[in-house]
Each structure stands twice: as C-alpha cells, then as structure tokens.
Ligand binder design. Structure first.
Ligand SMILES: CC(=O)N[C@H]1[C@@H](OP(=O)(O)OP(=O)(O)OC[C@H]2O[C@@H](n3ccc(=O)[nH]c3=O)[C@H](O)[C@@H]2O)O[C@H](CO)[C@H](O)[C@@H]1O
Ligand SMILES: [Mn+2]
Length: 318
C-alpha cells in the first residue's frame, strides 16, 4: 500500500500562504489520526502509547497511506547500516531483496554495507532513489568483536561520510528478512524496538547488565522496556550521538576489564532508560523464526533467521 509521492493528504500551505514545515505536517497527521479513530476502533489489546507519551506502534494504530504521504513530502534520505563480516555475507541477498519489497518503499534509501569481503556483496536490483554503499572493515576472530566493532566503525563512518548523505539512520542486524511493510511510521527522532522476548515480562527480568562495574549497569528497580539492538533508528545526529555513546562506554568497560552482558545492546538499553526514545516500535519490527507468533503480533515485519551459531560465527556459538 505504498502512497504515491504526489498525492496530498492535507493542505500544504498555511493561512499566510507559506509552506508547512515538518512539525506542522506531523501535527496535522495527529489531527487526522484522531478523526480516523472516531470511525475505526483502536487496538484495545495493547498499549499504543508509553508512559512518557511516546507513540508505541502496532499494526492497527496508524494509517499507512497517510503517514507515508506525510513523510514523503519531506523526502528524507534514509541510511541503513548493516554489517556482514566473515560468513555473515550469506545473509545480504535475502535482507536486501526483501528490504526492497518492504522497507520504506518509494523513499530514498542507502544501504551501507560494512564488510571484510566486498566481492561477496550480491548484485541486487534496487528501486529508484535507492543505493548500496560498501564500507571495508577488518575481519575479526571473535563475534563479540564484530558486534561491538559495529559501534566503532559506524561512529567513524557516520562522522566522515554518512552525515553528509542522510537525514535518518537505522542500525540493523543482517541475519534477518523483511516479510511485511516497514514504513514511515517507524521514523522519529529516536525509535527503538521492543525485544520480542521481554515485552510481556516485568523489569527485574530484563537482561540488563547487572554488574555495577560495567558502565551499562541498571539496578533491578529501574527500567521501562528491554529494547533490541538489532533494529534501532532516528535522526542522523541523534543516532550518531547514541552509536558513539555505545562505542565509548564499551571502551571504558574494556579498560576496566569487563564486557557488558549483551555488548552494545546493554549500553543501548542504559542510554534509552535515561534518554527516552521518541517512538517505540512493537516486536512486529523484529520478530524471530525461532518463536511462534502470538495473537497480539498481527504482522511480522522483519524476522530473524534461524542460524547455526557455531557454524556461522568465527569463534563458535554463544
Ligand atoms: C535480535 C537481537 O537482539 N540481536 C542482538 C543479539 O544478536 P544475535 O544473537 O542475533 O547476534 P548476531 O550473530 O546476529 O550478531 C549481530 C550482527 O553482527 C554482525 N556480525 C556478527 C558476527 C559476525 O561474525 N559477523 C557479522 O557480520 C551481523 O550484522 C549480525 O547480524 O545480540 C547481539 C549482541 O550479543 C546484538 O546486540 C544483536 O543486535
Ligand atoms: Mn542477529
């Protein structure tokens, strides 16, 4: 249901004849959503707002055509940063091909592929305004170094290159496939996805880093949600700040002889506890082929593939 770039869901001029800016569009969008909600029932089985009043996005809580059309007016440039180091290049084809079918269709998207093996980057037919940019990074002997190294190489490359080429940036795992629409409803200053494994559990069960020695430490009585580090996004500069934070905090940990329980995911969760995301995406935005789909997940938009951890990682499983 991709919206056409030329259709206009709302007035584009203000009363004094000047063009509307992006905040105005979003305000109009909120009003339109309110009107729609008079005619169509909202989801009543899930929360659609967080306790700090950020939208919590589920299928059935937004109008896909309207929201795509509003963001399309701004025609943002979206960067997707993915790493495919060692054997993980095998996941590129499925990710890119399905991304072209479902990820921000009709928007300007550049996939930044960080790899140690450029020749294994597949040729994939891309839509108009969509590109691939390959960034060479070193190989690693430990998967933990690849996972954490993402923060270092992304920091350096955003600073040097991507900053000049994108308005929004997503960080994503490569071992996944798109199955459903992932559209402009995902865009915000800072968007984080609820980890499918913990969205129904209480905070003391979240796998936050619990050792006070780590910079990612979160005490048992704190926490809103547990977010996955496999899909997160936002304005370019806000994402730069957060990626760099994860990099610097993991460096401090390394100097103190500790590695956070879930590497950058632990630091990401610490940051988002004290700097609330402006949008939270339901686990529709990252499910897993390992788990059966419960009734509250109406659409699986991306799913993590089942993989043989021992075989695909340079130093074996978890
Ligand atoms: C669904 C989810 O919560 N995913 C998180 C979980 O990942 P996973 O257990 O899914 O880890 P993973 O093996 O997918 O590694 C994360 C990503 O790093 C890249 N990679 C990794 C190893 C390698 O040899 N080559 C390579 O390119 C690749 O993009 C991969 O998708 O835990 C990791 C930290 O432990 C990260 O926080 C992931 O975001
Ligand atoms: Mn993964």
């Amino acid at each position: 249901m991709a919206a056409s770039g030329t259709s206009s869901p709302c007035l584009c001029l203000t009363h004094d004849g000047s063009r509307m800016n992006s905040d105005m569009y979003l305000n109009v969008y909120v009003c339109i959503q309110d009107v729609f909600s008079l005619f169509s029932p909202r989801r009543t089985d899930v929360n659609s707002v967080t306790n700090w009043n950020a939208p919590l996005v589920w299928e059935g809580t937004f109008d896909p055509v309207v929201i795509d059309a509003i963001y399309k007016k701004m025609d943002p440039r979206v960067a997707v940063v993915v790493f495919a180091v060692g054997k993980y290049t095998r996941f590129l084809k499925g990710f890119l091909e399905t991304g072209e079918k479902h990820f921000l269709v009709d928007f300007r998207v550049t996939y930044y592929i960080f790899t140690d093996n450029e020749k294994d980057v597949p040729k994939v037919e891309l839509g108009k305004g969509r590109k691939i940019s390959v960034v060479t990074v070193p190989s690693a002997n430990r998967w933990q170094d690849v996972v954490l190294g993402r923060m270092k190489w992304a920091t350096i490359t955003i600073d040097k290159q991507i900053r000049h080429e994108a308005d929004y940036l997503f960080m994503m795992d490569i071992d996944s496939v798109f199955h459903g629409r992932f559209g402009a409803e995902s865009l915000s200053q800072l968007s984080a996805v609820l980890h499918r494994g913990y969205y129904k559990t209480t905070r003391e069960k979240f796998p936050y880093e619990r050792r006070a020695k780590s910079r990612a430490y979160i005490p048992l009585d704190e926490g809103d949600y547990y977010y996955t580090a496999a899909v997160w996004g936002g304005y370019l500069e806000d994402m730069y700040k957060l990626v760099r934070y994860c990099y610097e905090e993991s460096e401090v940990d390394a100097k103190n002889g500790i590695e956070a329980a879930w590497q950058e995911e632990s630091h990401l969760n610490k940051y988002l506890l004290y700097n609330k995301p402006t949008k939270v995406l339901s686990p529709e935005y990252l499910w897993s082929d390992y788990d059966k789909v419960p009734a509250d997940i109406k659409v699986v938009r991306i799913s993590q593939l089942i993989k043989d951890y021992k075989e695909v990682r340079p130093n074996g499983g978890n």
